[in-house]
Design a protein around this ligand. Sequence first.
Ligand code: PMP
Length: 432
Amino acid sequence: MDVSQSIVLHNEAQEHIVGGVNSPSRAYKGVGGGTPIYMKRGSGPYFWDVDDNKYIDYLAAYGPIITGHAHPYITKAIQTAAENGVLFGTPTELENTFAKMLKQAIPSLEKVRFVNSGTEAVMTTIRVARAYTGREKIIKFAGCYHGHSDIVLVQAGSGPSTLGNPDSAGVTVGTAKEVITVPFNDISAYEEALAIWGDQVAAVLVEPIVGNFGIVEPKEQFLAEVNRLTHEAGALVIYDEVITAFRFTYGSAQQLYGIEPDLTALGKVIGGGLPIGAYGGRIDIMEQVAPLGPAYQAGTMAGNPLSMSSGIACLELLQNPDVYQKLDQLGAQLEKGILTAAQAHGIEVTVNRLKGALTVYFTNKNIENFADAQETDSEKFGQFFHLMLSKGINLAPSKYEAWFLTITHSEQDIEQTIQAASYAFKKMAEKA
Ligand code: PMP
């Protein structure tokens, strides 16, 4: 496969853009290096790079593109909005329409606010929880990603009884000490953390289905116990549903498990591909937010007409009940094909799948938490990634990311992907 134009562009990018990329995950660091491929056009489940190579895409822009690239219905909505003026700095009716749609889809959102990214949404839920409880500490689960605000760029200390350490240069030790990190799916570790820090904790931040060390579902009762213990401690439960909302069902993961958080952060899919974030929850908590309350949050671009229109159009497409069934069917076909192909070539893999999202881990072990995911074979994933790319299959360049199906993938696309995986596993087996 000739990717010479991507190489030219990446060399140029490195002169002007730090690291050549505007988000570090786009560099191929997690897959043993290589030149990121520069895409120029997308349509449905496919995109084409600057050398005119065609790919079947499972990155879906890290989640938002659930309706496929350049969906005509969303494109039209964005065009119409653009023709009417892209930004006013005043309220618009579109914001009401979209807020009502979100509330209908996710009943725990008694009041919402729009922001511009998942990072902003999560960051603000934390501020609001602190304002409401008058407490400062946060608990989060190891390996979960909640955006790049300082307070969540914190890694675990040496156990539930210790405070966090900065996970990025520039995050202060003081900030890290506001965070306690415990393993996902480990309710006794959570209980232990609360026993020590409970009366100082404002909130726990939960990805109800993890999407950031692959797709990892909560064990039975885990979410229910987290809710119970957190509320007993007088703290709030925040669900980060930036990845999960509208990914598995029309609505959120909280509905799949029948458990309601106090606050929810949203992003990705709800923008139909345009920049967006939103947060919301119980009225008495949300009334902490300015102009009603003392917790400040603002945004020049917040609730802008383009993102609202794109988001409304996207959710309208997802209201079709066949959508999630189709994603599940395609996901099942892909999972089965990958497992069969891996077995045929003696490659050990574990596939975690929920409906139209899955992760292929190079291990024979179950993956229940971040430590499990860390132990999976990075080198093998890197080989697999590059072999798949050479066959025109675009995956996220990290062993921790999910493959995301879109409503535009077809059974033939999945079949072609399975054949590519079979080729990749064969090559890997020959090399071993
Ligand atoms: N929370 C979760 C669960 C995410 O997966 C992400 C992005 N990968 C974020 C928050 C941050 O969202 P954004 O990139 O839009 O700031």
